[in-house]
Design a protein around this ligand. Structure first.
Ligand code: KG4
Ligand code: ZN
Length: 344
Protein backbone atom coordinates (compact mmCIF):
# COMPACT_ATOMS: atom_id res chain seq x y z
CA UNK A 1 0.00 0.00 0.00
CA UNK A 2 1.27 3.49 -0.87
CA UNK A 3 0.51 6.15 1.74
CA UNK A 4 1.01 9.86 1.21
CA UNK A 5 1.90 11.62 4.48
CA UNK A 6 1.40 15.38 4.81
CA UNK A 7 2.86 17.38 7.71
CA UNK A 8 2.32 21.12 8.17
CA UNK A 9 1.91 21.68 11.91
CA UNK A 10 4.53 24.37 12.45
CA UNK A 11 7.42 25.74 10.37
CA UNK A 12 8.03 22.68 8.17
CA UNK A 13 6.17 21.64 5.03
CA UNK A 14 6.67 17.95 4.39
CA UNK A 15 5.27 15.22 2.12
CA UNK A 16 6.30 11.58 2.14
CA UNK A 17 5.45 8.44 0.21
CA UNK A 18 5.54 5.37 2.43
CA UNK A 19 5.24 1.85 1.08
CA UNK A 20 3.60 -0.55 3.50
CA UNK A 21 4.43 0.26 7.12
CA UNK A 22 8.09 1.22 6.94
CA UNK A 23 9.63 1.67 3.51
CA UNK A 24 10.25 5.37 2.93
CA UNK A 25 10.15 6.00 -0.83
CA UNK A 26 10.47 9.75 -0.30
CA UNK A 27 10.38 12.22 2.58
CA UNK A 28 10.70 15.84 1.45
CA UNK A 29 10.97 18.53 4.15
CA UNK A 30 11.00 22.25 3.39
CA UNK A 31 11.71 24.39 6.44
CA UNK A 32 11.09 28.10 6.99
CA UNK A 33 13.50 28.05 9.94
CA UNK A 34 15.87 30.70 8.60
CA UNK A 35 12.96 33.14 8.18
CA UNK A 36 12.19 32.87 11.91
CA UNK A 37 15.76 33.14 13.14
CA UNK A 38 15.85 36.97 13.35
CA UNK A 39 12.83 36.79 15.70
CA UNK A 40 14.30 34.15 18.04
CA UNK A 41 11.30 31.82 17.60
CA UNK A 42 8.61 30.73 15.16
CA UNK A 43 6.35 33.52 13.82
CA UNK A 44 2.99 31.81 13.04
CA UNK A 45 2.07 34.03 10.06
CA UNK A 46 5.44 33.46 8.37
CA UNK A 47 5.16 29.71 9.03
CA UNK A 48 1.68 29.34 7.52
CA UNK A 49 2.51 31.50 4.49
CA UNK A 50 5.56 29.35 3.86
CA UNK A 51 3.46 26.16 4.09
CA UNK A 52 0.99 27.59 1.55
CA UNK A 53 3.77 28.57 -0.85
CA UNK A 54 5.61 25.25 -0.54
CA UNK A 55 2.96 22.52 -0.32
CA UNK A 56 2.39 22.03 -4.05
CA UNK A 57 6.13 21.91 -4.82
CA UNK A 58 6.91 19.61 -1.89
CA UNK A 59 4.09 17.22 -2.90
CA UNK A 60 5.38 17.03 -6.48
CA UNK A 61 8.96 16.47 -5.29
CA UNK A 62 7.77 13.62 -3.04
CA UNK A 63 6.06 11.94 -6.04
CA UNK A 64 9.10 12.49 -8.24
CA UNK A 65 11.60 11.09 -5.77
CA UNK A 66 9.39 8.07 -5.06
CA UNK A 67 8.94 7.57 -8.81
CA UNK A 68 5.16 7.33 -8.48
CA UNK A 69 2.18 9.22 -9.90
CA UNK A 70 -0.57 10.89 -7.86
CA UNK A 71 -2.96 8.17 -9.12
CA UNK A 72 -0.79 5.49 -7.42
CA UNK A 73 -1.54 6.89 -3.93
CA UNK A 74 -3.90 4.64 -1.99
CA UNK A 75 -4.18 6.46 1.33
CA UNK A 76 -3.65 10.05 2.52
CA UNK A 77 -2.53 10.74 6.11
CA UNK A 78 -2.44 14.33 7.33
CA UNK A 79 -1.50 16.04 10.60
CA UNK A 80 -4.68 17.25 12.32
CA UNK A 81 -2.91 18.79 15.35
CA UNK A 82 -1.60 19.93 17.73
CA UNK A 83 0.18 22.86 16.11
CA UNK A 84 -0.35 26.29 14.61
CA UNK A 85 -3.82 26.62 13.11
CA UNK A 86 -2.72 28.51 9.98
CA UNK A 87 -0.10 25.89 9.10
CA UNK A 88 -2.39 22.96 9.99
CA UNK A 89 -5.14 24.25 7.69
CA UNK A 90 -2.79 24.28 4.69
CA UNK A 91 -2.05 20.55 5.02
CA UNK A 92 -5.60 19.55 5.94
CA UNK A 93 -7.18 21.47 3.01
CA UNK A 94 -4.60 20.09 0.58
CA UNK A 95 -5.18 16.53 1.86
CA UNK A 96 -8.97 16.82 1.65
CA UNK A 97 -8.90 18.18 -1.90
CA UNK A 98 -6.54 15.43 -3.02
CA UNK A 99 -8.55 12.70 -1.26
CA UNK A 100 -11.70 13.94 -3.03
CA UNK A 101 -9.99 14.22 -6.40
CA UNK A 102 -8.29 10.80 -6.24
CA UNK A 103 -11.14 9.06 -4.45
CA UNK A 104 -8.83 7.60 -1.76
CA UNK A 105 -9.39 7.43 2.02
CA UNK A 106 -8.18 10.16 4.34
CA UNK A 107 -6.76 9.63 7.85
CA UNK A 108 -6.28 12.33 10.51
CA UNK A 109 -3.04 11.97 12.48
CA UNK A 110 -2.01 13.30 15.87
CA UNK A 111 1.44 14.90 15.46
CA UNK A 112 2.63 13.78 18.91
CA UNK A 113 1.60 10.16 18.39
CA UNK A 114 3.40 10.28 15.05
CA UNK A 115 6.68 11.46 16.64
CA UNK A 116 6.63 8.27 18.74
CA UNK A 117 6.27 6.16 15.58
CA UNK A 118 9.43 7.51 13.93
CA UNK A 119 11.69 5.01 15.73
CA UNK A 120 9.64 2.13 14.30
CA UNK A 121 10.36 3.21 10.73
CA UNK A 122 14.09 3.20 11.28
CA UNK A 123 15.40 2.43 14.75
CA UNK A 124 18.68 4.04 15.83
CA UNK A 125 18.76 2.34 19.24
CA UNK A 126 21.74 0.07 19.68
CA UNK A 127 20.16 -2.98 21.27
CA UNK A 128 17.60 -3.90 18.65
CA UNK A 129 18.72 -4.25 15.10
CA UNK A 130 15.43 -5.26 13.53
CA UNK A 131 13.21 -2.20 13.11
CA UNK A 132 10.27 -4.50 12.54
CA UNK A 133 10.33 -6.16 15.95
CA UNK A 134 8.01 -3.60 17.50
CA UNK A 135 7.40 -4.30 21.20
CA UNK A 136 3.83 -4.88 22.30
CA UNK A 137 4.12 -2.73 25.42
CA UNK A 138 6.47 0.18 25.91
CA UNK A 139 7.03 3.61 27.44
CA UNK A 140 6.92 6.59 25.09
CA UNK A 141 9.15 9.56 25.89
CA UNK A 142 8.13 12.53 23.77
CA UNK A 143 10.62 15.39 23.81
CA UNK A 144 9.85 18.20 21.37
CA UNK A 145 9.77 21.97 21.14
CA UNK A 146 6.18 22.16 22.35
CA UNK A 147 5.64 18.97 24.37
CA UNK A 148 7.30 16.70 26.92
CA UNK A 149 5.49 13.60 28.13
CA UNK A 150 5.76 10.03 29.32
CA UNK A 151 3.13 7.64 27.98
CA UNK A 152 2.39 3.95 28.34
CA UNK A 153 1.55 2.06 25.16
CA UNK A 154 -0.02 -1.33 24.72
CA UNK A 155 -1.56 -2.94 21.66
CA UNK A 156 -4.82 -1.02 22.03
CA UNK A 157 -4.04 2.47 23.33
CA UNK A 158 -1.64 4.98 24.82
CA UNK A 159 -2.11 6.32 28.35
CA UNK A 160 -0.60 9.54 29.68
CA UNK A 161 1.63 8.93 32.72
CA UNK A 162 3.01 12.44 33.07
CA UNK A 163 3.88 15.61 31.20
CA UNK A 164 5.51 18.95 31.69
CA UNK A 165 3.72 21.33 34.01
CA UNK A 166 5.34 24.37 32.35
CA UNK A 167 7.93 24.58 29.52
CA UNK A 168 8.67 21.73 27.11
CA UNK A 169 12.25 20.47 27.15
CA UNK A 170 12.95 21.79 23.62
CA UNK A 171 11.55 25.14 24.71
CA UNK A 172 13.95 25.13 27.69
CA UNK A 173 16.85 24.53 25.29
CA UNK A 174 15.65 27.34 23.01
CA UNK A 175 15.12 29.81 25.88
CA UNK A 176 18.48 29.01 27.49
CA UNK A 177 20.29 29.56 24.18
CA UNK A 178 18.40 32.84 23.79
CA UNK A 179 19.49 34.01 27.26
CA UNK A 180 23.10 33.24 26.29
CA UNK A 181 22.57 35.10 22.97
CA UNK A 182 23.42 32.00 20.93
CA UNK A 183 20.63 31.92 18.34
CA UNK A 184 17.67 29.73 17.42
CA UNK A 185 16.92 26.83 17.64
CA UNK A 186 18.92 26.38 20.81
CA UNK A 187 18.92 22.57 21.05
CA UNK A 188 21.57 21.73 18.46
CA UNK A 189 23.73 24.72 19.52
CA UNK A 190 23.78 23.80 23.22
CA UNK A 191 24.23 20.10 22.40
CA UNK A 192 27.40 20.99 20.48
CA UNK A 193 28.77 23.43 23.09
CA UNK A 194 28.03 21.05 25.97
CA UNK A 195 30.71 18.66 24.67
CA UNK A 196 33.40 21.25 25.48
CA UNK A 197 32.07 22.48 28.82
CA UNK A 198 32.30 21.59 32.50
CA UNK A 199 29.02 19.96 33.55
CA UNK A 200 29.71 20.48 37.26
CA UNK A 201 29.84 24.27 37.04
CA UNK A 202 26.17 24.89 37.84
CA UNK A 203 23.78 22.48 39.57
CA UNK A 204 20.12 22.90 38.74
CA UNK A 205 17.41 21.64 41.05
CA UNK A 206 14.84 19.17 39.84
CA UNK A 207 11.60 20.45 41.41
CA UNK A 208 9.53 17.95 43.41
CA UNK A 209 6.19 17.42 41.70
CA UNK A 210 3.03 15.69 42.94
CA UNK A 211 3.05 13.23 40.05
CA UNK A 212 6.48 11.62 39.86
CA UNK A 213 6.20 11.27 36.07
CA UNK A 214 5.56 15.00 35.48
CA UNK A 215 8.35 17.37 34.39
CA UNK A 216 9.14 21.01 35.06
CA UNK A 217 11.74 22.94 33.08
CA UNK A 218 10.94 26.61 33.62
CA UNK A 219 13.10 26.79 36.78
CA UNK A 220 16.25 25.78 34.89
CA UNK A 221 15.82 28.62 32.43
CA UNK A 222 15.37 31.12 35.30
CA UNK A 223 18.44 29.72 37.09
CA UNK A 224 20.47 30.21 33.90
CA UNK A 225 19.15 33.75 33.59
CA UNK A 226 20.31 34.67 37.13
CA UNK A 227 23.65 32.93 36.71
CA UNK A 228 24.41 34.71 33.44
CA UNK A 229 23.05 38.11 34.45
CA UNK A 230 25.33 38.28 37.51
CA UNK A 231 28.46 37.49 35.52
CA UNK A 232 28.00 38.66 31.96
CA UNK A 233 28.93 42.29 32.49
CA UNK A 234 32.18 41.53 34.30
CA UNK A 235 33.82 39.07 31.92
CA UNK A 236 35.82 39.16 28.69
CA UNK A 237 34.57 37.70 25.40
CA UNK A 238 36.84 34.71 25.84
CA UNK A 239 35.49 34.07 29.34
CA UNK A 240 31.95 34.46 28.00
CA UNK A 241 32.64 31.76 25.38
CA UNK A 242 33.84 29.38 28.11
CA UNK A 243 30.88 30.27 30.33
CA UNK A 244 28.49 29.41 27.47
CA UNK A 245 30.09 25.98 27.14
CA UNK A 246 29.98 25.35 30.90
CA UNK A 247 26.35 26.48 31.20
CA UNK A 248 25.42 24.32 28.18
CA UNK A 249 27.18 21.28 29.71
CA UNK A 250 25.62 21.79 33.16
CA UNK A 251 22.15 22.43 31.71
CA UNK A 252 22.30 19.42 29.40
CA UNK A 253 23.68 17.05 32.00
CA UNK A 254 20.90 17.84 34.52
CA UNK A 255 18.03 17.96 32.02
CA UNK A 256 19.08 14.67 30.40
CA UNK A 257 19.47 13.05 33.81
CA UNK A 258 15.85 13.98 34.73
CA UNK A 259 14.49 12.67 31.44
CA UNK A 260 16.38 9.39 31.66
CA UNK A 261 15.64 8.85 35.34
CA UNK A 262 11.89 9.39 34.91
CA UNK A 263 11.69 7.29 31.76
CA UNK A 264 13.46 4.37 33.46
CA UNK A 265 11.27 4.81 36.54
CA UNK A 266 8.18 4.65 34.29
CA UNK A 267 9.51 1.49 32.60
CA UNK A 268 10.02 -0.15 35.99
CA UNK A 269 6.59 1.00 37.22
CA UNK A 270 4.86 -0.43 34.14
CA UNK A 271 7.14 -3.49 34.02
CA UNK A 272 8.15 -2.99 30.40
CA UNK A 273 11.57 -3.37 28.83
CA UNK A 274 11.35 -0.87 25.96
CA UNK A 275 11.43 2.94 25.88
CA UNK A 276 10.63 4.68 22.60
CA UNK A 277 11.81 8.27 22.20
CA UNK A 278 10.51 10.81 19.68
CA UNK A 279 10.46 14.55 18.91
CA UNK A 280 13.12 17.12 18.01
CA UNK A 281 15.11 16.64 21.24
CA UNK A 282 15.51 12.91 20.49
CA UNK A 283 18.39 14.09 18.27
CA UNK A 284 20.28 15.08 21.43
CA UNK A 285 23.58 13.25 21.69
CA UNK A 286 23.70 13.16 25.51
CA UNK A 287 20.12 11.88 25.79
CA UNK A 288 20.87 9.11 23.31
CA UNK A 289 24.05 8.08 25.06
CA UNK A 290 22.64 8.22 28.60
CA UNK A 291 19.39 6.38 27.87
CA UNK A 292 21.17 3.66 25.95
CA UNK A 293 23.87 3.20 28.61
CA UNK A 294 21.63 3.39 31.67
CA UNK A 295 18.91 1.45 29.85
CA UNK A 296 21.31 -1.40 29.15
CA UNK A 297 22.17 -1.59 32.86
CA UNK A 298 18.47 -1.71 33.74
CA UNK A 299 17.65 -4.27 31.03
CA UNK A 300 15.72 -1.72 28.99
CA UNK A 301 15.99 -1.23 25.20
CA UNK A 302 16.13 2.36 23.99
CA UNK A 303 14.51 3.12 20.65
CA UNK A 304 15.51 6.33 18.87
CA UNK A 305 14.44 7.56 15.42
CA UNK A 306 17.12 7.89 12.78
CA UNK A 307 18.55 11.43 12.99
CA UNK A 308 16.79 12.33 9.73
CA UNK A 309 13.43 11.52 11.38
CA UNK A 310 13.74 13.28 14.76
CA UNK A 311 12.35 16.64 13.57
CA UNK A 312 8.98 17.26 11.96
CA UNK A 313 8.56 15.09 8.86
CA UNK A 314 5.77 13.47 6.88
CA UNK A 315 7.16 9.91 6.92
CA UNK A 316 6.16 9.57 10.59
CA UNK A 317 2.70 10.95 9.73
CA UNK A 318 2.31 8.38 6.94
CA UNK A 319 3.44 5.62 9.31
CA UNK A 320 0.97 6.60 12.02
CA UNK A 321 -1.78 7.12 9.41
CA UNK A 322 -1.16 3.65 8.00
CA UNK A 323 -1.61 2.10 11.47
CA UNK A 324 -4.77 4.16 12.13
CA UNK A 325 -6.20 3.07 8.77
CA UNK A 326 -5.54 -0.58 9.64
CA UNK A 327 -7.54 0.04 12.83
CA UNK A 328 -10.42 1.39 10.71
CA UNK A 329 -10.01 5.06 11.63
CA UNK A 330 -10.72 7.28 8.64
CA UNK A 331 -11.73 10.94 8.41
CA UNK A 332 -14.39 12.69 6.32
CA UNK A 333 -14.24 15.91 4.35
CA UNK A 334 -15.52 17.81 7.41
CA UNK A 335 -12.02 17.34 8.94
CA UNK A 336 -10.36 20.52 10.21
CA UNK A 337 -7.09 21.34 11.95
CA UNK A 338 -7.13 21.21 15.76
CA UNK A 339 -4.34 23.27 17.39
CA UNK A 340 -5.01 21.69 20.82
CA UNK A 341 -5.53 18.08 19.80
CA UNK A 342 -4.87 15.74 22.75
CA UNK A 343 -3.48 12.23 22.58
CA UNK A 344 -6.20 9.58 22.22
O1 KG4 B 1 9.74 18.05 17.26
P1 KG4 B 1 10.28 19.35 16.78
O2 KG4 B 1 11.01 19.37 15.46
O3 KG4 B 1 9.17 20.42 16.71
C1 KG4 B 1 8.04 20.38 17.54
O4 KG4 B 1 7.10 19.62 17.19
O5 KG4 B 1 8.10 21.04 18.59
O6 KG4 B 1 11.26 19.88 17.93
C2 KG4 B 1 11.98 21.07 17.83
C3 KG4 B 1 12.80 21.22 19.11
C4 KG4 B 1 13.46 22.59 19.26
O7 KG4 B 1 13.14 23.09 20.53
C5 KG4 B 1 14.96 22.30 19.13
O8 KG4 B 1 15.78 23.18 19.89
C6 KG4 B 1 15.03 20.88 19.66
O9 KG4 B 1 13.88 20.26 19.12
N1 KG4 B 1 16.25 20.17 19.23
C7 KG4 B 1 17.21 19.72 20.08
C8 KG4 B 1 18.24 19.14 19.29
N2 KG4 B 1 17.86 19.23 17.98
C9 KG4 B 1 16.63 19.86 17.96
N3 KG4 B 1 17.29 19.77 21.43
C10 KG4 B 1 18.39 19.26 22.01
N4 KG4 B 1 19.40 18.70 21.33
C11 KG4 B 1 19.39 18.61 19.98
N5 KG4 B 1 20.41 18.04 19.32
ZN1 ZN C 1 7.09 17.98 16.20
Amino acid sequence: MLTLGIETSCDETSCSILEGSDIIKSNIVSSSLFQHQPFGGVVPEIASRHCLEQIDFVFNQALKQAKVKAEDIELIAVTQGPGLIGSLLVGVCFAKALSYQLGVPLVAVNHLEAHLEAAFISNDGKFIDKAKSRPEKYIGLLVSGGHTSLTYHDSTRMTMLGQTVDDAVGEAYDKTAKILGLGYPGGPILDRLAKEGNKDLVKFTNPKLKNRFDFSFSGVKTAVLYYVRDRERKITLEEKAQMDKDVAASFQSDVVDWLVRKALDAAEYKKVSDIVVGGGVSANSALREALMKRGEKAGVNAWFPHLSLTGDNAAMIARRGYDCFKQGKTAGLELSGNPNLQVA
